[in-house]
Ligand binder design. Sequence first.
Ligand SMILES: [Fe+2]
Length: 274
Amino acid sequence: MKIGVLSDLHIDSNARRLAPGQTYDHLLAELLYNQEIDLLLLAGDVSSDYHDTFTFLDRMQDHNVSKIQFVPGNHDFWSIRNHEEDTDRIYQLFKERDENPVGNPFLIGKDWAVVGNPGWYDYGFASDRYTIEEFSRKKLKVGGWNDRQYVHWQNNDRAVAAAMQAELESDLSAVSNRKIIMMTHIVTHPQFVIPLPHKVYDYYNAFLGSKSYMQVYDRYPIAHSIMGHVHFRKILQENDTTFYCACLGSARHWYTEDPYIEMAYTMEEIMVDV
Ligand SMILES: [Fe+2]
């Protein structure tokens, strides 16, 4: 089975790179067809409004080229047009979709399983020169982290991160007799955040991932670990796990002008025996 790995399409902010008549769902369907991808693991941030992300996923279902497993990224939880503020409800709606792996690992043959969870921020990758209170404001003197305006969990960030880790571990232990492909939106490994000390990321690393999620690699047989969120592209092999960040990211940082070529360049592929 051939698995494609991709994240952070940001179809709204990257729309200006499309030619007239082009759409990201068509381009992605064409890419999956041309690359003969059986299963696409899409690690979040399709758009900045969950309605747009739902429409995109519906269209991908209509194209019916590859199976898709999807975890929402922080942007997919936004409701930038309607300003809906019940993020817990939006998460629940994502969990009710066919592409959702949370609480429902995707089994491949006898030996493999895909486990996924969006994950949230526990602030652990940031410098300890800031307090929890300062992180929870998501705003320094200048600038700020935009989730503070668009994401409204009932609980605080660290409680949400812990609850999602519990969901993740429950799913991991349910399939721990198989080789596991784990997918999160946020970063779960220190090699995928910005090295510290850093003038800006001493603070903003807080919102890139969750340090406590690193524990899962010692506890479960995770052969492949997929993440998104940080908008760079990287592969790392460590111990028995290969880590992937295959973010399309902002068109400002692309190598090419062409969204199809850039997606083809970004998508990673994993072959598993079934
Ligand atoms: Fe993103």
